[in-house]
Write a protein that binds this ligand. Sequence first.
Ligand SMILES: NC(=O)c1ccc[n+]([C@@H]2O[C@H](COP(=O)([O-])OP(=O)(O)OC[C@H]3O[C@@H](n4cnc5c(N)ncnc54)[C@H](OP(=O)(O)O)[C@@H]3O)[C@@H](O)[C@H]2O)c1
Length: 338
Amino acid sequence: MTDSRIPTTRLGDDGPEVGVQGLGCMGMSFGYGPSDADQSRATLERALELGVTLYDTADAYGAGENERFLAPFVRAHRDELVIATKFALSIPPDDPTRRVIRNDAPYVRDAVEASLKRLDVDVIDLYYMHRRDVNVPIEETVGVMAELVREGKVKHLGLSEVTADELRAAQAVHPIAALQSEWSLFSRDIERQVVPAARELGVTVVPYSPLGRGFLTGSFANADTDLTADDFRRRQPRFTGANAEANAALLAPLRSVADAHGATPGQIALAWVHQRARVHDLPLVPIPGTRKPGRVEENTAATAIVLTDEELALLEPIAGRVAGDRYADMSFTSAGRE
Ligand SMILES: NC(=O)c1ccc[n+]([C@@H]2O[C@H](COP(=O)([O-])OP(=O)(O)OC[C@H]3O[C@@H](n4cnc5c(N)ncnc54)[C@H](OP(=O)(O)O)[C@@H]3O)[C@@H](O)[C@H]2O)c1
């Protein structure tokens, strides 16, 4: 394994320059079964050595736990990295197991103060609206986010799972540096409207779950049997029951392309996402999540793999054949509101 650093790209027209691959930190505290804190810390450090500078978290990941976990790492490397966090999934006081989407100004103001405190920083580099509350005009939410920029609490703005129209309305209020949505060989709905809008507006796309939440690596085949009871993926229709079985059969072309490159299926899945930048002519920064230093080496190495047109053609039909939605409730995704 070489220590060569990955190339860089920019977030939005006037955002920071970051490594072309970021790191999703969610699984270190939330959603994907038990984690080893030492391994996770080693993963963060290894990623930075390899040129990964965009670190992704959210206040909702473990009800603040993920932000608190990242704080010492962020403090130790404050000027070398871009820390991105998100608001919008509130915990109702009467039921800590539920999440309610909140985009109203008082909520955003409370949320940013709590994230600043947990991350132990003076300013958040990239602040995302995590989910859209359709009862609040997006102009109002982005308006208060813009005030946070003017007040020096936040440097750049991002939105997650918004439609093309919502992105346009937001950009009219304040420049949006990053649009984060699911994008992988298994999830291509944003290519219909959201990606063309991001390109037109100069917004960098940040594909989340680029490894199909691990399914594309082959690290699990059926969430019912392979993952722990509290694993979030057991609630995702495409990873359970007959859907999972049908979807596992779709991975054959991915494995054959991987063999041809002497690479892993996960690396080819990531190379495919990186190559969307050329196909759609826009900057993008996928944020694969891992808690293992060896995997961050494997994932960053994928930035150097170039797939041929024939290989892209082999992989092209996969997404259209996936059985089951990416969430049980699609109403809070951009596809659910298009
Ligand atoms: N905006 C949103 O609504 C939203 C939603 C979901 C996620 N996200 C963000 O996006 C990030 C990435 O998405 P994700 O974590 O859901 O999915 P992902 O990146 O597609 O896949 C992560 C899974 O793949 C495994 N993995 C990673 N590299 C691997 C490798 N080289 N070989 C085998 N397995 C590997 C990880 O296991 P290990 O951790 O054990 O290595 C983990 O289980 C999250 O961390 C989060 O920050 C945002």
